[in-house]
Structures are given as structure tokens and as C-alpha cells.
Write a protein that binds this ligand. Structure first.
Ligand code: ACO
Length: 338
């Protein structure tokens, strides 16, 4: 009887796209009652990038994906699954942004779909890619986190408009026979009882598009900032402690801790609770703001492009988002170093 060789999901490459236009805190001072000082002190954000009016989630996702494919060295004809995480899809609700991106990349006749897990979307997708690859169903999965968050932000609401930015990140996850290249572990979870912490009420089956939706601004993101903050710190810390303990890895042995980039104070509180040194913690929130599902792949791309992320080095991803959803992942970078 022939033995079936096990295969492991491995993180082959990373790419990202950041739109050209910058929205600085000084710009926001002219739009709402806020100050650069308040925003920097409470969030650590100095600026965020905003997509052009005719630049959509799929455009940004396709640009990030193109780079990730090129850097993987895998021909695009070999991609057999395209996944996109977004809460700001091109269309509500068909076609999926993954389908639109596939077409823009001329990747046809492969399975493609979106998932909605807000800021946890990219790490959620890594668990989906792992399952498809390690079950032998797919070999090369393109995973994309892309957001035009500015399309659901109310730029008269100072409590939310200062936080979010646009952008995209993508990775190619491939089957490998080498165990040392494979993902070590992923935890992904959710608790819908906190659904009202972060919500975009419309459009949806509860509130289809109507004059009421427009008049009451139900198409904009609404957030219980304070409650979200506290739960985020608690969940992110607990999740990392669990995944490290389960895999018997010490937090000091993680060269790259890549948390969701929502707020510097959240990242600092989590990093401190985990006794992480400053150089272990990846930070991009100051320049991109919170880009939701794109935040983690954009941060990975940042350290890869700057030469900080080398082949074989361990990454610890940690995220939370609307739903509420949360997820953490421990995995080596199995791509080429810069
Ligand atoms: N400028 C000046 N003052 C402001 C601003 C602003 N932009 N926004 C709020 N304030 C005021 C409030 O009105 C309040 O005033 P009051 O005391 O007179 O009522 C005061 O500042 C304090 O407000 P808080 O909400 O308590 O401020 P906090 O320190 O909690 O900071 C923030 C708010 C930045 C939103 C914080 O709660 C946060 O980051 N929360 C987490 C948000 C988050 O991560 N969301 C994303 C989740 S991921 C996803 O899936 C999308």
C-alpha cells in the first residue's frame, strides 16, 4: 500500500498596496472637532491613506495580489483558489470581490470567494487556506485582505473617522512537503453576543437601502470605542498566551509579533502584558491607521520590504475585529528574503 505524504501550508510570499492620497491628522482637524495631539495621544495614528474615488477594494486587492504572486515565483496559472477578506466589498453582495480580483488578474476558472470577519479576516483566511491545502484539495492559495474603509466612514463623526484607512495586502500560501515550512498553529474564534460593538447597520436584510438609511447614516460604521478597546486588549493577550503555551514557545523567541493595527495603546498594552520587547512588535498604525482585514498583511509586507523579515523566521499574528471575531497564528515565513 502506498503511503500518502503529508503536505503543509506554507507562507510563500507577501505583497501590499497603499493608495497614494494621504489624510493627515491636520487634514482631519479641518473636517471635525479634533486635534493632531488628541489623535496621536489616544491612538498613535498620524496619517492614513485614502483610495481615490474611482479606486475600489478590488483594484487595491489586485495590486497587492500581483506583487505577492510575482514574489512567490509561482506562475499565476498554478493558483487554484482565490480568497478575499473584506467588509468593504466592491458590491453588496454579488459578485464577490474575490471574483472581481480574479478577473483583474486574469485568473479564470478557479474557485473564488469572500469572507467577512472584519479585522480578523486575513488570519481567518489563513486557516481556510491551511484546511484546503492540508486536506489535499488545493495547492496554491491566493489570500487577500483589502479594504476601502473610507467608503463606510462618516467623515463628520470624530470618534470613528480618525481611526480608519484604506489599503490591501496579499499572500500566496502553498503546499510544502517540508514540515519546518508549515504553519505551526492557528486559533480563530468569535462571539456574536458582542455584535453591537462594531456594526455597519445598512444595507442589509434588516435595513435595505431606503431614504431612512440615508437620513440616519445607517450605511456608516458605528463603534462602541471604549468597550471595544477593553475587550480587544483582553482577547488579544489571552489568545497569544494560549497559542504560545499550547505550542510550548516562549514570547521571547518570537522575532516578529504582528498584531492588528487598530490603536497604538492597544498594541502597547498587549505587548507589555506579553513581556514583548519593542523590537519584537511590528508597528504600522502611525502611518496607515486601521485598515481592517488589510492591516496584518500590510504590516508583514512592511517588515519584508525593509529586509527585517527573513526566510524561516517565526511570525506571531494576533487580531480582533467586528463580529466580534479574533484569531492568532504562529507560522514561519517560508518565502525568499529581500
Ligand atoms: N478628537 C477629540 N476628542 C474626541 C475624539 C476626537 N477625534 N473622539 C472622541 N473624543 C472625545 C469623546 O467625545 C470624549 O469626550 P467626553 O469625555 O467629553 O465625552 C472623550 O474624547 C473620550 O472619549 P473616549 O471614547 O472615552 O476615548 P478613548 O480614550 O476610549 O479613545 C478610541 C477613543 C480611540 C476610539 C478608543 O476607544 C479605541 O481605539 N477603541 C478601539 C477601537 C477599535 O480598535 N476599533 C476597531 C476594531 S477592529 C474592526 O473590526 C474594524
Amino acid at each position: 500500500m502506498s503511503k500518502i505524504k503529508p503536505v503543509y501550508a506554507s507562507f510563500r510570499s507577501i505583497g501590499a498596496y497603499v493608495p497614494e492620497k494621504i489624510l493627515s491628522n491636520t487634514d482631519l482637524e479641518k473636517m471635525v472637532d479634533t486635534t493632531d495631539e488628541w489623535i496621536v495621544k489616544r491612538t498613535g495614528i498620524s496619517e492614513r491613506h485614502i483610495a481615490a474615488e474611482n479606486e475600489y477594494t478590488s483594484d487595491m486587492g489586485a495590486k497587492a495580489a500581483e506583487l505577492a504572486i510575482k514574489r512567490s515565483g509561482i506562475p499565476k496559472e498554478d493558483i487554484d483558489l482565490v480568497l478575499c477578506a473584506t467588509v468593504t466589498p466592491d458590491y453588496f453582495n454579488m459578485p464577490s470581490t474575490a471574483c472581481v480580483i480574479s478577473d483583474k488578474l486574469a485568473i479564470h476558472n478557479v474557485q473564488a470567494f469572500d469572507i467577512s470577519a472584519a479585522c480578523s479576516g486575513f488570519v481567518y483566511l489563513l486557516s481556510v487556506a491551511k484546511a484546503f491545502i492540508e486536506s489535499g484539495m488545493k495547492k496554491n492559495v491566493l489570500v487577500i485582505g483589502a479594504e476601502k474603509f473610507s467608503s463606510i466612514v462618516d467623515y463628520t463623526d470624530r470618534s470613528t473617522c480618525i481611526l480608519f484607512g484604506d489599503g490591501a495586502g496579499a499572500a500566496v500560501i502553498s503546499a510544502s512537503e517540508k514540515k519546518e515550512e508549515g504553519f505551526i498553529d492557528i486559533h480563530a474564534s468569535a462571539d456574536g453576543s458582542y455584535a453591537d460593538f462594531l456594526v455597519t447597520p445598512a444595507p442589509g436584510s434588516i435595513h435595505p437601502v431606503s431614504q431612512k438609511v440615508i437620513d440616519e447614516g445607517l450605511n456608516f460604521v458605528q463603534m462602541k470605542g471604549n468597550e471595544t478597546f477593553k475587550l480587544a486588549v483582553k482577547t488579544l493577550t489571552k489568545d497569544v498566551k494560549e497559542i504560545l503555551a499550547k505550542n510550548e514557545i516562549d514570547s521571547n523567541d518570537i522575532p516578529h509579533f504582528i498584531p492588528h493595527q487598530a490603536n497604538y495603546r492597544i498594541i502597547k498594552a498587549v505587548g507589555d502584558a506579553l513581556k514583548m520587547k519593542e523590537e519584537q512588535v511590528v508597528l504600522t498604525v502611525h502611518k496607515y491607521g486601521n485598515t481592517s482585514a488589510a492591516s496584518i498583511p500590510m504590516a508583514i509586507n512592511d517588515i519584508w520590504e525593509s529586509g527585517r523579515l527573513q526566510n524561516g523566521e517565526l511570525m506571531l499574528l494576533d487580531t480582533f475585529g467586528g463580529g466580534l471575531t479574533w484569531a492568532s497564528a504562529l507560522l514561519p515565513f517560508a518565502g525568499k528574503s529581500v
